[in-house]
Design a protein around this ligand. Structure first.
Ligand code: AMP
Length: 412
């Protein structure tokens, strides 16, 4: 499902486009419509599924449709400051072309931030992301105004309970108006989460996104490279790895075309498949691939689901797919039936965070293979989630964290 089908506010769509999101992930497809309808939602979804945008987009859309100045519109409570920063960067990216204001409120930062936080809690901000402890510190000072709050979101609720935030959460909720829309996201659904949901949510829509794991027999390897090293590496891999049928995945069709062009020039027999091709053309290309006449094909994710060709024994991800589900579907094209399979992923320097999110989702660390020396120096594996120094790193959108803004719509 494409984002254009949700009827989002045009300014929000611009932010979605600028974030390079084209199609909704499974969790987004299921979660966005009930939130747009005003329903409470409880969803089990892990990091890497696109869950953050799944709640941010419909909430921001509703805030845009019915904007109230000088009030806190939505409150997102999260367990850690890393997650608060990450979500606030996500908000900045998606709301870039709107007038929505937002602020992250988390512990351990300086007095200047405290003043900006206090101002937002008194004078209003459309979206506030907070950790429980810091929010309680503000609540205890007596100036927090939540009268106009319309949305409460608890993210990674199971982790919050594991970290002992139950009482803090109860206290925060007591300070909120009773009439509001509630959303609860949790990777797991133990009984204590169900109890919490019972107390907070009203007739919720329940959504369960079970992530399938790839078969164990697929040999997965990742190559950490700089972007310009990808083409020489893929040529080398294709020359040195024996295969019957190899499938290369790229996230964008422009990349598919370029990769095919360059590999063809290098002498490989290769075809491409993507949404620009008519159905009949796709079928003919697929037929040639399945029969072995064309051993090598490069494709967008349209092929990552459903295609069942027993002879695919090598999958190469030219780039890291947008979510874990796509990764599982891509590499699951190999090792069908009794065959063995190998899946290589080329992880560009800027794709490390995305790849780490997929590893977390799979609960598996993918082997980092050695890149041949002649390709030169390669980047170390330093995804943000590992460094724990993310307080000042700028992931999403590559822009510094804007502490608090209330400017008019920004132009490109
Ligand atoms: P999350 O599960 O919210 O942590 O998101 C995982 C990653 O997927 C983040 O880097 C998001 O920016 C990215 N993402 C979320 N939704 C989409 C989408 N529809 N298309 C491509 N990437 C997405």
């Amino acid at each position: 499902m494409r984002f254009t089908e949700f009827n989002f506010h045009p300014q929000l769509l611009e932010g979605i486009e600028a974030s390079n999101y084209e199609t909704a992930t499974p969790v987004q497809e299921q979660v966005i419509p009930p939130i747009l309808e005003g329903r409470d939602v409880i969803a089990s979804a892990q990091t890497g599924t696109g869950k953050t945008a799944a709640f941010l987009l419909p909430v921001m859309n509703r805030l845009l449709a019915n904007h109230v100045d000088g009030q806190v519109g939505a409150l997102i409570i999260v367990p850690t400051r890393e997650l608060a920063i990450q979500i606030s960067q996500h908000i900045e990216g998606l709301s870039y072309f709107t007038h929505l204001s937002s602020i992250a409120i988390y512990g351990g930062n300086d007095a200047q931030n405290f003043v900006a936080e206090k101002k937002a809690l008194q004078m209003g901000a459309d979206v506030i992301v907070c950790t429980p402890g810091r929010m309680i510190a503000h609540l205890n000072m007596g100036y927090v105004n939540m009268k106009g709050l319309r949305f409460l979101i608890l993210d990674e609720a199971d982790r919050m309970l594991d970290m002992g935030f139950q009482d803090d959460i109860n206290k925060i909720i007591k300070a909120l108006p009773p009439k509001r829309q509630n959303l609860l996201f949790s990777a797991t659904m133990p009984e204590k989460i169900r109890q919490l949901a019972k107390r907070i949510l009203q007739e919720p829509v329940e959504i369960n996104i079970a992530i399938s794991k790839p078969p164990e027999k697929i040999i997965q390897k990742a190559f950490l490279v700089y972007e310009p090293q990808k083409m020489p590496l893929i040529k080398k891999l294709l020359r040195e790895t024996p295969y019957k049928n190899a499938l290369i995945f790229c996230s964008r069709k422009q990349t598919v075309k370029q990769v095919r062009r360059e590999l063809k020039q290098a002498g490989f027999t290769i075809e491409e498949i993507h949404s620009d091709l008519e159905q009949a053309q796709r079928e003919s290309v697929l037929g040639a691939f399945a029969s072995g006449r064309i051993p090598l094909m490069v494709a967008t994710d349209i092929l990552s689901r459903g295609i069942d060709i027993d002879t695919i024994d090598l999958v190469i991800n030219w780039d890291v797919p947008g979510d874990g589900e796509d990764y599982v579907h891509r590499i699951g094209r190999t090792a069908r039936a009794e065959a063995d399979g190998v899946a290589f992923t080329l992880v560009g320097e800027k794709e490390q965070n995305k790849f780490a999110a997929i590893e977390r989702l799979l609960e598996k660390e993918v082997e980092k293979a050695v890149v041949p020396k002649e390709l030169g120096e390669t980047p170390a594996y330093q995804p943000r989630s590992r460094s724990h120094s993310s307080g000042h790193s700028h992931g999403h959108g590559e822009r510094p964290r804007r502490k608090f803004f209330r400017s008019g719509p920004r132009k490109r």
